[in-house]
Ligand binder design. Structure first.
Ligand code: AP5
Length: 208
């Protein structure tokens, strides 16, 4: 299964992808996670994109496209993949079409108020990337990762100013991809307001 997960920031793409990858036995490839991994390891790419992510702006297309092109050539992606957070622009979508065919594009639909609630309550474990929510998916011990025992942090781009910017960037650059993929007969809309298990089930049923 070659899937793209589309949807506004905080719609739950990463949460559902972490479950769906086991359902389908395919890797979860998140461009946001790849950038954050590079930032953590202080690679050249990480240094270049750190302030872009913190502000909630998009990394330039040519940088992102090259990174994804390389990742899709790895062995584990040959039997399918979930691309989470890519493409985010029409130019990226055109580039992806020249790299691979897609089976479906899942569009996670969520209203703005719910998006802000989810993003402002999100906490993450920096070393593993595991994601929690202070109300909807709290850790066993407040502020502590369930498995590593490390303190949880708030992502720089989950601060109010950056959230606002990410929503504007989404509307301007990424939302046009809904029509792009609908026109190509690939789009499946999924109501992302339900619990993660309900969202997963609705998606798996819709993809049958
Ligand atoms: P990225 O990491 O992709 O950020 P995003 O698209 O803004 O998505 P998020 O990770 O914020 O949200 P999500 O939909 O995965 O939600 P989550 O599951 O975490 O990108 C970060 C940055 O990298 C970009 O801003 C950009 O700078 C750069 N970048 C990445 N890709 C790029 C590209 N292609 N081109 C250029 N630049 C790029 O859930 C959110 C919260 O809600 C969590 O707390 C979770 O626990 C909770 N939650 C999830 N589902 C539910 C549910 N069903 N019910 C209740 N709570 C839920």
């Amino acid at each position: 299964m070659r899937l793209v997960f589309l949807g506004p920031p905080g719609a739950g793409k990463g949460t559902i992808a972490a479950k769906a990858k086991d359902v389908y036995g395919i890797p979860h490839i998140s461009t946001g996670d790849l950038f954050r991994e590079n930032i953590k390891n202080e690679t050249g790419l990480g240094v270049r994109v750190k302030s872009i992510l913190a502000a909630g702006d998009l990394v330039p297309d040519e940088v992102t496209i090259a990174m994804v092109d390389q990742r899709l050539k790895e062995d584990d992606a040959q039997g399918g993949f979930i691309l989470d957070g890519f493409p985010r622009t029409i130019a990226q979508a055109d580039a992806l079409a020249s790299m691979t065919d897609l089976d479906r594009v899942v569009n996670f639909v969520l209203d703005k108020e719910a998006i802000v609630r989810r993003l402002s309550g999100r906490r993450v474990c920096k070393s593993t990337g595991r994601t929690y929510h202070i109300l909807y998916n709290p850790p066993k011990v407040e502020g502590i990762d369930d498995e590593t025992g490390e303190p949880l942090i708030q992502r720089d781009d989950d601060k109010e100013e950056a959230i606002r910017n990410r929503l504007e960037v989404y509307e301007a650059s990424t939302a046009p991809l809904i029509a792009y993929y609908r026109d190509r007969g690939l789009l499946v809309d999924i109501d992302a307001s339900l619990s993660p298990d309900e969202v997963l089930k609705a998606m798996v049923d819709a993809l049958k």
